[in-house]
Design a protein around this ligand. Structure first.
Ligand code: FAD
Ligand code: NAD
Length: 451
């Protein structure tokens, strides 16, 4: 059944797609007394991605970094706010509707009065006056064979317990095999592909678990765990200056993570992968690396709903990374559709910082009724941070072009913790993360196979 929904009370309908950094920041800041606000997302929680690499090993608990969408929606009491736990499947920019497929029987939450509910698996068309697309992006495998089947991503919260489970099962199996058995070695090998911040932080956290916890109850086995980090470019973390990237490489190697630079993975099988290292301008060396756990962190690509819309708009022709937006974040070629965050191409990096600032800017424009007459969006860069493991982090803290702090080490690790706490967008979550860190000072990590 396809029904059409519209709230008709004289106010314009603003529809937001996505409950990530862009969508939730927009919801938090929009003045709901001026617009009917509808948020559509299949994911009923916001995810604080910067601490996601800390969850597979239990440094931080999964539930600490997610926050139900309804917790944000209930605070919007001055107007109509609805949340549909649903996936947007099509944007019809000629009819100004979004087709959604519902995931839940519970649809309108928050202070919604007028909107109707949709049953699970039903489809409906939601009418919009303004659409804010913030659907993010999805992991990119670059079509490399075997990645989807044998690798694991770390992009959403549900990926985290999967990684933990596989690693524990491998430890258990390896423990039954004699030392020196190649199968034992394979099971204890973790390969992380992608030397961007996701890959580096994940590798660092895994090594922390091995060195700080596993070593205490299975010391000889812990020594045999080998983490490989594979990066196609000559450096890891290329968004940092070279002084910091060399420091990061040194820390990783000291903690016994094996770094493979200028090395691209070209094929993945069930128990091993093929990696090609560039040894000179003309020569590459091929290596077979057996693994027990494979984490794939090579960046993201646009989602189908975005690529479908791009195909439908002549002004978007040839755009491969997402929706091209103008200086007001309006989707080029459309009058009333805006894109923020990772699904927008605005010449900025796909980061939480950017998505959050774009959402803040756009809500200001909407709240002040300056649509069409506002000043262009200006991004202010506050710098970058990355955790390396062994209580060391690197940071480059800026205010726009002004450098405020550059450093690496233990002090930077505490700066990293303080800044991440300040970035968390709810007090509940902040409290939980603080208590996870405090717990870690006295006890081991929670490393459960299943709950
Ligand atoms: P997302 O936050 O990914 O949200 C997209 C939302 O859209 C989700 O709720 C999703 O369920 C929903 N959605 C998907 N499809 C549909 C659909 N068809 N219909 C409706 N909704 C849909 N950035 C930093 O600045 N600092 C960091 O430290 C940092 N650390 C990171 C660590 C990890 C492990 C990862 C993966 C990313 C990290 N990032 C960091 C990047 C940052 O998370 C992203 O840039 C940011 O999430 C982008 O926000 P977004 O709203 O565009 O997308
Ligand atoms: P990324 O795109 O930053 O890095 C992916 C890396 O994988 C690249 O360095 C690329 O060269 C490499 N790669 C690609 N294909 C490969 C192959 N076949 N074999 C080997 N290596 C290959 O991805 P990410 O780390 O997931 O980050 C995504 C976005 O999120 C970025 O904008 C990043 O800044 C942001 N982020 C930020 C933080 C932080 O600030 N601490 C943490 C995580 C993510």
């Amino acid at each position: 059944t396809l029904s059409s929904y519209v709230t008709d009370n004289g106010k314009k309908n603003v529809v937001i797609l996505g409950s990530g950094w862009g969508g939730i920041s927009f919801l938090q800041h929009i003045d709901e007394s001026k617009y009917n606000v509808t948020l559509i997302s299949p994911r009923p929680h916001f995810l604080f991605t910067p601490l996601l690499p800390s969850t597979p090993v239990g440094t931080v608990d999964e539930k600490s970094i997610i926050e139900p969408v309804v917790n944000f929606a209930v605070k919007k009491t001055k107007g109509n706010v609805s949340y549909y736990e649903a996936q947007a499947t099509k944007i019809d920019h000629k009819q100004n509707t979004v087709t959604i497929k519902s995931f839940s029987h519970v649809n309108h939450l928050g202070s919604s009065k007028g909107s109707e509910s949709i049953k699970k698996n039903d489809s409906a068309d939601i009418k919009y006056d303004y659409l804010i697309s913030a659907v993010g992006a999805e992991p990119n495998t670059f079509g490399i064979p075997g990645v989807e089947e044998h690798g694991m991503f770390l992009k959403e919260i549900e990926h985290s317990p999967k990684i933990r489970k596989q690693f524990i099962e491998n430890i258990e199996k390896a423990n039954l095999l004699p030392k020196g058995d190649p199968e034992r070695k394979r099971l204890l090998t973790i390969v992380v592909v992608g030397g961007g911040p996701t890959g580096v932080e994940t590798a660092g956290e895994l090594q922390d678990y091995v060195d700080q916890d596993l070593k205490k109850f299975l010391p000889s086995l812990a020594e045999e765990v080998q983490i490989h980090l594979i990066e196609a470019m000559p450096v890891i973390l290329n968004m940092f200056e070279s002084k910091l990237t060399s420091y990061a490489q040194k820390v990783l190697e000291q903690t016994s993570i094996k770094l493979h630079l200028k090395t691209a993975v070209s094929k993945v099988e069930e128990k091993h992968l093929i990696a090609k290292t560039k040894v000179s301008e003309t020569e590459t060396k091929e290596e077979l690396i057996p693994f027990g756990t494979l984490i794939w962190a090579t960046g993201n690509k646009p989602r189908a709903i975005v690529t479908d819309l791009i195909k439908d708009i002549p002004e978007q022709e040839g755009s491969r990374r997402g929706l091209l937006v103008d200086e007001h974040l309006k989707v080029k070629g459309l009058d009333n559709v805006y894109a923020i965050g990772d699904n927008a191409v605005a010449g900025l990096a796909p980061t939480a910082q950017v998505a959050h600032q774009e959402a803040e800017y756009l809500t200001k424009v909407f709240n002040k009724n300056q649509i069409g007459s506002a000043k262009p969006f200006k991004y202010l860069h506050y710098g970058a941070l990355a955790y390396l493991g062994a209580e060391k982090a690197i940071a480059n803290i800026t205010y726009g072009k002004k450098q405020l702090y550059t450093g690496g080490g233990l002090i930077t690790f505490y700066i990293w913790r303080c800044l991440y706490l300040s970035m968390i967008i709810s007090w509940r979550s902040r409290f939980k993360v603080m208590s996870d860190w405090l717990k870690l000072a006295f006890f081991k990590r929670d490393f459960f196979k299943e709950l």
